[in-house]
Design a protein around this ligand. Structure first.
Ligand SMILES: [Mn+2]
Length: 484
């Protein structure tokens, strides 16, 4: 007898937690159930995703359980990420921070401050929520492999003393371990550890927030590669620490280098602006990067040798800022091709922004009403794995169009086939990834015209949800017999 309960998608999201222990079998099987419920109905509130009251209660109990340590969940998932990464010689680990706003959830305890702004009447307005910092691994083609590390925290309030010290020294006199920016370094270290002694070349890629001397220094000590967009126009190539000679600033220096050629970069649509292809002038050089003068350990710190790749858009569209990236890396850049490669890699950084967008606009995690920050943190961890999985399915058809779709929907491709082709005469060979993904996306509203390009992640999860309904309907109609 087969039950009529909702069928899980094969190769479902809970596979990611295969290596979790939690010290308790029942706790683990609850995690598996809950993950699959959330994956099947990712945009639904917990009670709706869980189908019935007993399941809902069990889910809430799980999220409340102090034995459920989110670090353990991430470690288990990252082991899977590393398994996937092993097929590639080089991977990019994108680090970025995402802020979840729970200000309107007045009853939620333990949240931290995200930002402070002034309202029109000059009253202070606090935004409360959680801060999530992730190392998100992708291939050099942009396929998301999963997370290598993640920290979700409620920002602690700074002591008055530390606040004062920070203010006086522009942040430099505070030990890096006490600064919020330490999360970049910690995540770098964790990601590196997770890869263990595998031969994978990991390049950690960060936006301007990570333009911190201590971050470059740690990467140097860990012998791990980084690619960071520069923020500060620091003095470079100092001949000595006490030098009084002319000072060279990074931007001026790079602008005085001859252009080595042009490259074209596709900029995805953003904030209502259409996507466009930007034509960039490319320059590169080697520089010496010194520690900041007011650094706590200034005297003991070494100069770092870095490579700079600088691109500037030649003719930006009217009214638009030219695209400009000043990229700092510890990877050798000796010719145009090597410089171009770094720019291509950096242009994939928005993958992590899409990941955040899936969590916020797709999975609507900011609508979740749990009573404490700890529970929200566990919830966000599970949802991050689900968001990655949806993203992965969306893109696998692009990077690997000939892959068999059984890799992600098992034998259920036949249900998809029957739905669209109105026949039960299935071809011997399962659909390939690209075709299956287009069909799933069409269930989610994708029109699949020539001009539509490839379906996005949000359309994909809508389609996946409808596929789950189709599978369920199929099971009810056939008494649970799969069509294979
Ligand atoms: Mn950022």
């Amino acid at each position: 007898m087969k039950s009529n309960s909702k069928k899980q998608l094969p190769n479902c999201a809970s596979d990611e937690f295969e290596y979790v222990c939690l010290g308790d079998k029942r706790l683990k099987s609850r995690l598996v159930k809950l993950t699959n419920h959330f994956f099947e109905s990712p945009e639904m509130p917990i009670n709706q995703a869980c189908h019935n009251w007993a399941e809902t209660k069990a889910a809430y109990r799980f999220l409340k359980n102090e034995k459920v340590n989110e670090i353990e969940l991430i470690e288990a998932h990252s082991e899977k990420t590393v398994e996937r990464a092993k097929q590639y010689s080089t991977i990019i680990a994108i680090q970025d921070t995402c802020y979840f706003n729970y200000t309107n959830h007045k009853k939620t305890e333990g949240l931290g401050l995200i930002s402070v702004s002034k309202e029109k009447n000059n009253k202070r307005f606090d935004t409360n929520g959680l801060i999530m910092h992730t190392s998100f691994a992708i291939t050099t083609e942009g396929l998301p492999l999963g997370m290598l590390d993640q920290q979700i925290i409620a920002r602690p309030t700074l002591s008055a003393e530390l606040k004062e010290l920070k203010k006086r020294s522009h942040g430099n006199a505070v030990p890096i371990e006490d600064k919020e920016s330490y999360r970049w370094i910690e995540t770098l270290q964790n990601s590196k550890n997770r890869l263990g002694n595998s031969k994978i070349h990991m390049i950690t890629e960060c936006d301007r927030e990570a333009d911190i001397y201590d971050f470059f220094l740690r990467a140097y000590k860990l012998e791990t590669s980084i690619l960071v967009r520069a923020k500060s126009d620091r003095i470079i190539n100092k001949t000595s620490r006490r030098s009084r000679g002319p000072q060279i600033h990074l931007w001026k220096h790079m602008n005085s280098q001859p252009s080595q050629g042009e490259i074209a970069i596709k900029i995805p649509s953003r904030g209502g602006k259409p996507s466009r292809t930007a034509l960039l002038n490319l320059r590169f050089d080697k520089i010496i990067f010194s520690p900041p003068r007011n650094h706590l350990n200034y005297e003991e710190l070494c100069n770092l040798k870095l490579n700079v790749v600088y691109v500037l858009e030649k003719h930006p569209p009217k009214g638009e800022e030219p695209l400009e990236w000043m990229l700092l890396t510890d990877i050798d850049v000796n010719n145009f091709e090597e410089a171009e490669e770094k720019v291509k890699w950096y242009s994939l950084r928005y993958r992590i922004e899409t990941f955040h967008k899936i969590l916020k606009s797709g999975l609507k995690v900011e609508d979740c009403r749990l009573e404490t920050a700890d529970r929200l943190i566990r919830y966000l961890t599970v949802m991050s794995v689900i968001a990655w999985k949806i993203f992965w399915i969306t893109l696998i058809g692009r990077s690997n169009p000939k892959l068999s779709c059984t890799k992600f929907i098992g034998e259920d491709w036949k249900i998809l086939y029957a739905k669209f082709y109105h026949t039960m005469n299935f071809p011997k060979k399962p659909l390939d990834a690209k075709e299956a993904i287009h069909l799933i996306a069409r269930l989610g509203g994708f029109l699949d015209r020539k001009s539509d390009g490839e379906p996005g992640a949000i359309t994909m999860w809508r389609g996946l949800r409808r596929l789950c309904d189709l599978i369920e309907g199929w099971n009810i109609a056939t008494g649970g017999d799969s069509c294979g």
